[in-house]
Design a protein around this ligand. Structure first.
Ligand SMILES: [Zn+2]
Length: 140
């Protein structure tokens, strides 16, 4: 909304509009300025008015392409790394399962060894008992 310089009436929109580009500065920045020709709805005065501007950046097309390619490569690498991490996590879970099974087997082996030792002890005691019984028998 712009005011007519002649009568002060609000003019809602330009009848014609275009963009002006200023010379790039040292950093390659360009100012894009929107300019419009307004026509007063009351007195019909036509006047130009600059409304709104935005900064643009001038970039070498080849360099931009390099940046786009580098970005795509980086995204690709990132995706591959994510895949690797996910694979490693799956392998870790599998290994944890394996370790648990091994620990269970280890416990079973330990119990088996204890049982074997006890069986041997029982055999010795039975031998002792038989020896003692035989000895007692000689006194009978
Ligand atoms: Zn006017």
């Amino acid at each position: 909304m712009v005011k007519c310089p002649q009568c002060g009436t609000d003019v809602p929109a330009p009848s014609k509009a275009w963009s002006l580009l200023r010379e790039p500065d040292k950093r390659g920045g360009i100012l894009e300025q929107k300019v419009g020709i307004y026509e007063c709805t009351k007195c019909r005065t036509r006047f130009p008015f600059a409304y709104g501007s935005q900064k643009l950046k001038l970039v070498n097309a080849e360099k931009l392409q390099q940046l786009v390619t580098a970005l795509a490569d980086a995204k690709d690498k990132s995706t591959k790394l994510e895949q690797k991490v996910s694979d490693l996590e799956a392998r870790k879970t599998a290994l944890e399962d394996d370790i648990q099974h091994l620990e269970e087997r280890l416990t079973i082996n330990e119990l088996q060894a204890k049982a074997n030792a006890l069986e041997r002890e029982v055999t010795f005691l039975q031998d002792d008992k038989r020896g003692l019984e035989a000895e007692i028998a000689t006194y009978g």
